[in-house]
Design a protein around this ligand. Sequence first.
Ligand code: MIC
Ligand code: SF4
Length: 644
Amino acid sequence: MGLTLTEKILKAHVVDGEFIKGSEIGIKIDQTLTQDATGTMAYLEFEAMGVPRVKTERSVAYIDHNTLQSGFENADDHRFIGSVCKKHGIYFSRPGNGICHQVHLERFGIPGKTLIGSDSHTPTGGGIGMIAIGAGGLDVAVAMGGGAYYITYPKIVKVNLTGKLSPWVAAKDVILEVLRRLSVKGGVGKVIEYCGEGVKTLSVPERATITNMGAELGATTSIFPSDEITRQFLKAQGREDVWVELSADADAVYDEIVDINLSELVPLAACPHSPDNVKSVEEIGTLKIDQVCIGSCTNSSLLDMLKVAHILKGKTVHPDVSLSIAPGSKQVLNMLAQNGALSILIDAGARILESACGPCIGMGQSPNSKGISLRTFNRNFEGRSGTKDAQIYLVSPEMAAVSALTGYLTDPRTLGEMPEFKLPEVFTINDNMIVPPESEAEMDSVEILRGPNIKPFPVSEALVDSIDAQVSLKVGDNITTDHIMPAGAKILPLRSNIPAISKFCFAVCDEEFSERALRLGKSIIVGGSNYGQGSSREHAALAPLYLGVKAVLVKSFARIHRSNLINSGILPLTFANEADYDLISQGDELVMTNIRDAVANGKDFEILDKTNGKTIIAKCELSDRAKAIMAAGGLLNFTRESLK
Ligand code: MIC
Ligand code: SF4
């Protein structure tokens, strides 16, 4: 029986466990990446592990999220990360060099290698045939220290692409179509593998848009084959030597097959407030817009920018619309400058932003009150743009650009004939903003520069045997990490200071939560299905840990957040019977006993709701390794113990 591409790469990297669907395997990690908003914590954790030098083939730290420096905090964090990199063997991509996923694809990604990143959009690397997975900072720290990364051996979904995209229909529309069909929960426990004749019609940046936003499916990752198109891309980046051809065997067996005929796709938009709320322009109808933002790790490649420049050429942004554009990397911005496209964008009235995440994470460009904003990004969760009442639509760069001119959501196919947009045969390469680490001989002389905002992070105690605590919060389905631990310009600078950032925990849902939880001392959160979807930010586990949350009881979890809870020593429980969710109210007192036995032996938890006298059965299905992590009180304790 033939193998899928995913199986081939996983088999070449497995160091622990067996290849049985649904069971846990440990894989060797070749590369890691961090970004600054999760990176400070990841490096503090790395330091706490006491490993002097990273053991990966390549580890890179990017500064791209917290670039709005309205106080000392962010600049201090950049300096801290820079000094850690120098000392411990990590490459440092300086602020201004670009968004981690874009730069990693351009300069470091290698087909067939494994990559984990402390950012949920790490699967962007799947665009060149990597197994690239988003993870919590602590998992990345462990991988930097040479430890394996553990995943549930995934189901593998084949997305069979046929046909060719019609003019003005974009890669963004492909992933929006996949989201429309599978939903934000549809990828949980799965790797999405793109195959079929249609693959050959897509360039690397287009493939990367698709694998990037595969994160919104909840998938472990997404991957494309590495073929002649990949070779051309790497050659143009001066890295042809790292290319290898990779694809699934013809007789590979998949768990599911999704057929997509590219020729049949139309321009789509994800409507507020979920990336899977996908509709065609026709279905949405007339929509007057206030703002357009082009950029983010999903759509900020040179190809995207060239399309936008073509559309804006010689025109002016509609007077009622604010258009911002953030090219994804210094390379992209520089090439736009060199070939004149930047001048076209400026001329049309675009507000050019630095190459960073920017508005995607609420770092500036928040819309006006009740503003309608079209964005080429990957997430449109409520509040993420920095205002509570904005309506965010996720669209392709083509649709964004044409709509910026008309002032209304506009189907780009109205533009008439589409010229051919080709990637250059050679990109402008200048890695002068990537600082290599100090040599091993010199590393001891490097001083770590710590700002006053960098505070120690909370570490859980070993697992307790009983919990008697109140439900401090009850929330519904599809709670995102942006609900649990909001981002934005005001809160992000506190990422290295858990006591301070915890004040904003769940502020979007309930402003009094953090005070209440702190007052209770220990408590339990109850939630619905797909709890913790979205980002990899471990702050969504560390802040609750700091606030005394001992267990989270939900209908189902999103993958990365569940691991972050386990890594932090918080019990991740699911209702044995989902209907029992209705039995519990906020404020109820819940009692759990024999916890250690239930965790160690995979037994059901009997939870007594003292307030109403009912008994609820919960499950805590953990791998043997996760059981040991829980018993130790989190991954850091576990790793320290295993290093003894
Ligand atoms: C995001 O897109 O939500 C982020 C900000 O990049 C996060 C990481 C973070 O919260 O720092 C992610 O996707 O993991
Ligand atoms: Fe940055 Fe947005 Fe990409 Fe997250 S999704 S890495 S915030 S650009």
